[in-house]
Ligand binder design. Structure first.
Ligand code: ADP
Ligand code: MG
Length: 310
């Protein structure tokens, strides 16, 4: 038995052209393994192909080329088993307005062939905090509640893998925290493999064990979050002086800039120059230093440097 929850080989998707416009190559040959039990982040700018990839996993979009194995089952050879292994919370709010949350879960369970005796609708509603809305029409639910219902629907067949497509885009902080609490619990208590896309790099940094970045339909990098972060060599030293600094001093190994508050920012690579030398340089400018702090570059910097269009 493989240790990978997902194995993707040579995955390509071309959307047929609309009138007059060329065909869209949304995915251009992606190879990707996602380990069982991980919380995996799929990052990339808008239009990168994240939803296309996720919708292919979910069986909602038909791939053009390549192979997808889900929990060891080839999607084409064993469509039923591969579908049963995965639950997807889509990016779009596509709910039937005339079903209550409980009704929607029962229908979904029926679609997945979950026998009545094994259904856990009430337990799932409890988990996502919708118990008191169990019998309200979906159309009367707030945006946040609809999102929670989408999460609930993804869980009815107790999938091994839970996929969340931008689950926290545009939701308030409270709901975001609730979603993350649930996701962590499912991962830790049930060993569920979690795959998510997010725009919030901070969130990916905090939540994910492993991260893949895609851009324009191609995989840019895949690594553990720790390794990705440790690859970042850049640091900034922010210097506040007794008097506001007005001139930007020049140095071949340091890029300098001024902030509105009169502080000087010295950005450098740790492999090029030591912090001591940077500080020495600042002193040599006759700056009366009041305060110094350093800022570590973060995932945002990696992301920007890797997805810069070429
Ligand atoms: P992401 O989720 O990373 O923002 P998508 O997978 O939604 O990216 O889209 C990738 C590219 O494919 C985009 O250029 C988008 O316009 C295009 N695309 C997505 N869905 C369709 C579709 N149904 N028909 C044609 N083009 C599409
Ligand atoms: Mg998307």
């Amino acid at each position: 038995m493989t240790e990978n929850a997902i194995e993707i080989r040579g995955l390509a998707k071309t959307y047929a052209s609309a009138k007059g416009s060329p065909a869209k190559h949304a995915l251009k040959g992606i190879d990707l393994n996602i380990a069982k039990g991980s919380i995996f982040g799929l990052l990339g700018p808008n239009g990168a192909g994240k939803s296309t990839l996720i919708n292919i996993l979910a069986g909602l979009v038909i791939k053009s080329e390549g192979s997808v194995r889900i929990w060891g089952f080839d999607q084409d050879e064993n469509p039923r088993q591969s579908r049963a292994a995965i639950g997807v919370m889509p990016q779009e709010l596509n709910l039937d307005p005339f079903f209550s949350p409980r009704g929607a879960l029962e229908v979904q369970a029926g679609l997945y062939g979950v026998p009545k005796s094994e259904r856990k609708s009430d337990e799932i509603l409890e988990l996502v905090g919708l118990s008191d809305k169990a019998h309200s029409y979906a159309r009367t639910l707030s945006g946040g509640m609809r999102r929670r219902l989408l999460l609930a629907k993804a869980l009815v067949h107790s999938p091994n893998i839970l996929v969340l497509d931008e689950p926290t885009a545009g939701v308030d902080i409270e709901l975001r925290q609730m979603l993350w609490r649930n996701v962590r619990r499912l991962n830790q208590e049930q060993g569920m493999t979690i795959i998510l896309t997010t725009h919030y790099l901070e969130e990916a940094e905090e939540m994910c064990d492993e991260i893949a970045i895609i851009n324009q339909g191609s995989l840019v990098t895949q690594n553990s979050t720790q390794t990705l972060l440790s690859q970042i060599d850049g640091k900034s030293m922010v210097i506040h002086s007794v008097e506001p600094i007005t001139d930007c001093p020049q140095h071949p190994k340091i890029s300098t800039s001024l902030r509105k508050d009169g502080s000087l920012v010295l950005t450098y690579n740790m492999s090029d120059i030591t912090a001591d030398e940077v500080l020495e340089f600042a002193r040599a400018q006759n700056i009366k230093i009041k305060d110094v702090k350093t800022e570590q570059a973060d995932l945002e910097d990696v992301f920007l440097s890797l997805t810069k269009s070429t």
